[in-house]
Ligand binder design. Structure first.
Ligand SMILES: Nc1ncnc2c1ncn2[C@@H]1O[C@H](COP(=O)(O)OP(=O)(O)O)[C@@H](O)[C@H]1O
Ligand SMILES: NC(=O)OP(=O)(O)O
Length: 313
């Protein structure tokens, strides 16, 4: 069955493991991913692409901090916009090249996307979104002392800086996105969850220092565009219970009720798998017939036909 799908690519998943986070390593992962995405397009599915930016925006902030001796550091919202441009550029070039290779005529464009958040969102008081590189405990302690950053252990992979992560309320450029999608173009949007902005009393917008979770922004996008499937692609093939323990069990399906029970049992790490499962559940509950899939970047095509990933319905 042909479907309209929002595909959300994880920020960590876009980085090759164990190699420096250089432009060419990201482009290589994106080019590999483009093959699977174009497989989906070639089959006749319509896809809209969203992506994360946690590692990338964290590194842009670090680059700005170091360069501040010679040129003013860019504020956080601007770093978010930079990450959208940088990642969107790679995705749009890789997709275009793969489409050209297969003789498919389909324009691809990245939309610099702003997403409205509530200035009173409680996310501003309690930083939860991991960004930038992973550090060893000793390094993390040093950074906390020197820079005063909040840092947490991230799903057994090391320590990372955490920043405020308010919930997405409105995608500012949604009408532009809708028109491009309706005209058959491939759109890359809500990169890094969107650039967080607040609406001021005079209805103008102002960027704020935060990183929206791309899983929640992708869910909002999927509802706004009334798609059938929200597909969240990350670094693991399936959602697991008892993750990382000897009795780990990978799940091929999960009902909303099971997902909610596992959430209560704290089976999913905050800042990594938890927002994915929460977004997946929200989308399924938003309208009958909607389905969410959490799968790995390399198995997107198989996941769409139920041969990999975790289906939430
Ligand atoms: N219960 C779980 N099942 C599977 N993976 C989990 C679980 N809990 C935490 N994780 C971790 O969450 C990671 C996905 O989150 P993250 O790296 O933040 O995603 P993204 O690819 O969107 O950046 C997985 O690669 C895995 O290491
Ligand atoms: N913004 C965001 O959710 O990024 P990740 O996918 O890297 O966590």
């Amino acid at each position: 069955m042909l479907m309209k799908v929002v595909v959300a690519l994880g920020g960590n998943a876009l980085q090759a493991e164990g190699v420096p986070a250089a432009a060419e390593t990201q482009l290589k992962v994106v080019r590999d991913t483009a093959v699977y995405l174009v497989d989906m397009i070639e089959k006749g599915n319509e896809i809209i692409i969203a992506h994360g930016n946690g590692p990338q925006v964290g590194r842009i902030v670090i680059q700005n901090e170091y360069a501040a001796q010679v040129t003013p550091a860019m504020p956080f919202d601007v770093c978010g916009a930079m990450s959208q441009g940088m990642i969107g550029y790679h995705i749009q070039q890789a997709l275009r090249d793969e489409l050209v290779k297969r003789g498919i005529k389909k324009p691809v464009a990245t939309i610099v996307t702003q997403v409205v958040v509530d200035k009173n969102d409680k996310g501003f008081q309690n930083p939860t979104k991991p960004i930038g590189p992973f550090y060893k405990e000793e390094e993390a302690k040093k950074i906390i002392k020197e820079k005063g950053y909040a840092m947490v252990e991230d799903a057994g992979r090391g320590y990372r800086r955490v920043v405020a992560s308010p919930k997405p309320e409105k995608i500012v450029e949604i009408e532009t996105i809708r028109r491009l999608v309706e005209s058959g173009q491939v759109v890359i949007t809500v990169g890094g969850g969107g650039i967080p902005v607040i609406e001021k009393d005079d209805n103008t917008l102002e960027g704020v220092a935060a990183v929206i979770d791309k899983d929640f922004a992708s869910e909002k996008l999927a509802e706004d565009l009334d798609v059938e499937v929200l597909m969240i692609l990350t670094a693991v093939d399936r959602v697991a219970i008892n993750f990382g323990k000897p009795n780990q069990k990978d799940l091929s399906t999960m009902t909303v009720e099971e997902a909610q029970r596992y959430i209560e049992e704290k089976q999913f790490a905050p800042g990594s798998m938890l927002p994915k499962v929460q977004a997946a559940v929200k989308f399924v509950k938003s309208k009958p017939g909607r389905k969410s899939i959490i799968a790995s970047l390399g198995k997107a095509k198989e996941a769409l036909v139920g041969k990999s990933g975790t289906i939430i319905k």
